[in-house]
Design a binder for this molecule. Sequence first.
Ligand code: ZN
Length: 182
Amino acid sequence: MSILKVARMGHPVLRSKARPLERSEIRTAPVQRLIDDMLDTMSEYHGVGLAAPQVHEGLRLFVAMLDSGEDDKGKENESKDEPFAIINPEITVVGQEIVEDWEGCLSIPDVRGKVPRAKEIKVRAFDRFGERIELSAHGFPARVIQHETDHLDGMLFFDRMRTFDTLTFLEEYSRYWRKEED
Ligand code: ZN
């Protein structure tokens, strides 16, 4: 396993639409190695999600930490605490509630901004074993899934912001904005 180079904003791979994986492709050694390397890379850079285009691979695949810590739905929610891979995700928004909250991105280092996202979603996808999965997520895990899925369509979180008023460097975020959260 190894740490991969992360593409930064401006690299065209981040603005390209990624291609779906064939189900038969998922269990091949190169794809499994890519997933392991992406998990290592996400962990190395303390990310909560990392999409394949961010490591220069135009595939509809991401890894994420879908910690259900704030979850109030209990067992009904299938979000996992372990990082795992989601392949060819298809998101369905549940309800109409939109929540605005902070996001950052390993491809846009040291910047934060508030991004509106659907509060609750369902996701159909393959897992890394090529099995069909269906997840329900709301709150933070739902936000991570929407952010990562956007990467597969060449979108960055800036594109989703309503205004850029909250766009801030990490240092200024710590100084002026973090208190707002507690
Ligand atoms: Zn990102």
